[in-house]
Design a protein around this ligand. Structure first.
Ligand code: ADP
Ligand code: ADP
Length: 235
């Protein structure tokens, strides 16, 4: 099942030049697509279009069949509530004055409809899923390691049980051993939750183990797209 469909998307920030052109791919349940390319290739632009922060100049993005650029207000927020976002600095972007529990629960508080007890129970469940002890709930970000903070960022991204997770360089601020463990965690969480994942990275070394399919961008255009094994082993 396709959760997101990117259809012939082009984006220009200023008239005359396109940052990305003719981008098409889909994101399927339980699958990870790696979006790779050098800095400036257009990865972040695509992530912003899929997450509704930027409207495509041409083309469209369908999330569970709904055209994101045509949705506004409550309906747009409804579509976006099915999406989680993890980025390089998710951990360091946590509010330093708030507890871990507050940060993980914030998407639930904003959406509404959860009692205090339900939010607390969900926070503890999520901490368990990202392999952090329950007492982390009442700590503050500065009391955690970088890897622990990034796990909190992941827990927060999963708090509304998204059908799509956008992971934009989620491990590039972590050292290598911590990076490995967070990648393993993401893969295991996907097996349990079944979300579709767009994994953005410039690091070809980790693509093979995290992704089923890969799309390679160069100067805003797709230069290769297909099964990860085939694309990486193509001479
Ligand atoms: P990254 O490779 O991590 O995406 P970039 O250097 O491409 O980083 O961009 C960093 C930030 O600066 C992004 O938020 C991007 O939107 C913005 N940015 C990049 N290029 C330009 C530009 N030419 N004019 C204005 N903002 C830009
Ligand atoms: P990546 O994430 O792969 O590094 P980006 O999507 O950030 O690439 O950038 C793609 C292209 O769009 C680059 O040429 C960049 O300079 C340009 N760009 C990105 N953000 C902006 C912006 N806000 N304004 C103008 N140009 C931008």
């Amino acid at each position: 099942k396709r959760i997101a469909v990117v259809q012939d998307v082009s984006v220009s920030y200023k008239s005359g030049t396109f940052a990305v052109e003719h981008i098409s791919f889909d994101l399927a349940v339980g699958r990870t697509r790696a979006l790779v390319g050098e800095s400036g290739a257009g990865k972040t632009t695509i992530a912003k279009v899929i997450s509704g922060q930027l409207a495509p100049t041409l083309g469209s993005v369908l999330i569970e069949g709904q055209d994101l650029a045509k949705a506004h207000g409550r309906r747009k927020r409804g579509i976006l509530s099915h999406m989680g976002y993890v980025f390089q600095d998710s951990g360091s972007a946590l509010n330093p004055r708030k507890t871990v529990a507050w940060s993980i629960a914030e998407p639930m508080s904003v959406q509404g409809g959860f009692s205090e007890a339900e939010r607390r129970a969900r926070v503890l469940e999520l901490l368990d899923q990202v392999e952090l002890p329950a007492d982390v709930a009442d700590r503050f970000p500065h009391q955690l390691s970088g890897g622990q903070r990034q796990r909190v960022g992941i827990a927060r991204a999963l708090s509304l049980n998204p059908s799509l997770l956008i992971a934009d360089e989620p491990t590039s601020s972590l050292d290598v051993t911590v990076q490995r463990r967070v990648l393993d965690l993401l893969r295991r969480l996907q097996q349990e939750h079944g979300f579709a994942c767009l994994f953005i990275t410039h690091d070809l070394g980790i693509v093979q183990e995290v992704s089923d399919v890969i799309t390679v961008l160069r100067h805003g255009r797709i230069v290769e797209s297909g099964a990860t094994d085939r694309v990486l082993n193509d001479p």
